[in-house]
Design a protein around this ligand. Structure first.
Ligand code: 2P0
Length: 359
């Protein structure tokens, strides 16, 4: 078991008694597997970065080249159940009701098994309440929920910093989904990655910002984030400048959040988003994650702002537009974005909680 030598963040991981019924396909899958030993369930929420993470300083430990600041989203989440089963011979994973390739999950479960000193294979059942792999950070909520459920099922007791470090090794953005509200992910300097973890900046209810998600395409993106980041790190002239100025952007965002200065938060959010997409576009070959509706929605957000609404956009490695709204303005923003040609659906979400165990 890993023990950190000093300064553990001890944000409690809540064990909420949320009744969370498995979907029908999930229930069938569990009945088929028939086991209840070493079992735990967890829910983690997706997040979006206001100051973006793009690039790695170590691919094996999945250490980010830059820190990031995000908001955890109440309305988008993953529920995951993990069962370590002495009788199972391989890991089995059901994602959204369908059996899926367990390779990436197995690699992650190996980290948990090694730490817990067990070698049982696992049954993993994971369900997202939103489109998977389409730029809505399903790997963030997915690996955060898996980190919490798998560690608990393996009998480990881990604090939020340890869970964040574990989740990071599944997906960089997952480190942030362990925490709720406004969250900062530290780049860290150590080679072993023990200083690359996320910490809360503000609780969700301290500053009730809202986010409107405008979905423009539910398909899986063509270049996943891991591959895209690797390309940008080696094949963009802009990459050194991106890394060099990251700390300045993070400091600006910390200070804007401390002041509850929505305009400053929003301006930095759009700036970081457009700068990251500039980096993506400058990669050879260029990474173009936008479609026509993405661009139309960006202009619509700027038009709303010109008309007096406090709203700023951000976009991740996919075509969806997320509009960050000052408290109380999400309904008007959602109504306007729903009218943008090519916007298929809008969802309004408040800021969400830290990952928690579900009974
Ligand atoms: C972010 N994104 O900060 C940035 C902005 C997408 C664009 O973190 O390779 O799935 O698993 O660490 O976390 C998405 O990348 O990548 C991401 P890996 P991840 O939210």
């Amino acid at each position: 078991m890993l023990h950190l030598a000093h300064g553990l963040t001890d944000v409690p991981i809540a064990h909420n008694r949320v009744s969370c019924r498995a979907s029908k396909p999930t229930q069938r899958f569990l009945a088929m597997m028939g086991s209840n030993s070493g079992r735990a369930r967890a829910r983690a929420h997706s997040n979006i970065a206001l100051v973006k993470y793009w690039g790695k300083r170590d691919a094996v430990l999945n250490l980010p080249a830059v820190g990031s600041i995000s908001v955890t989203l109440d309305g988008l989440y993953t529920d995951t159940e993990v069962i370590f089963d002495a009788k199972a011979t391989i890991d089995r994973v059901a994602l959204n009701g369908a059996q899926t390739d367990p390779t990436r999950f197995s690699r992650f479960l190996d980290l948990v098994r090694r730490r817990a000193g067990i070698d049982k294979r696992a049954i993993v059942v994971s369900d997202n309440n939103f489109p998977t792999g389409a730029g809505l950070a399903s790997s963030a909520s997915g690996f955060a929920a898996l980190a919490l459920a798998a560690s608990a099922a393996a009998g480990l007791t881990m604090n939020s910093r340890e869970l964040s470090i574990l989740a990071r090794q599944g997906s960089g953005s997952a480190a942030r989904s362990i925490l709720g509200g406004l969250v900062e992910m530290h780049r860290g300097d150590a080679d072993n990655g023990l200083d690359a973890y996320a910490e809360p900046i503000l609780d969700a209810d301290t500053w009730p910002l809202e986010v409107v998600v405008a979905i423009t395409d539910t398909g899986v993106k063509s270049v996943d984030s891991t591959a895209g980041m690797q390309s940008s790190g080696t094949a963009s002239d802009f990459y050194p400048a991106w890394v060099e100025h990251a700390e300045r952007d993070l400091a600006g965002m910390r200070s804007a959040i401390a002041d509850r200065d929505f305009t400053a938060v929003g301006e930095l959010t759009e700036y970081s988003c457009l700068k990251m997409h500039g980096l993506m576009l400058s990669t050879r070959p260029g990474l173009i994650y936008w479609n026509a509706a993405t661009v139309a929605a960006m202009h619509a957000v700027r038009k709303l702002r010109a008309d007096g609404l406090p709203v700023y956009f951000t976009i991740d490695a996919g075509p969806q537009v997320k509009a960050l709204c000052a408290p109380g303005h999400a309904d008007a923003v959602a109504a306007a974005l729903a009218k943008v040609p090519g916007v298929l659906e809008t969802r309004i979400t408040a800021l969400g909680p830290a990952a928690f165990r579900v009974e």
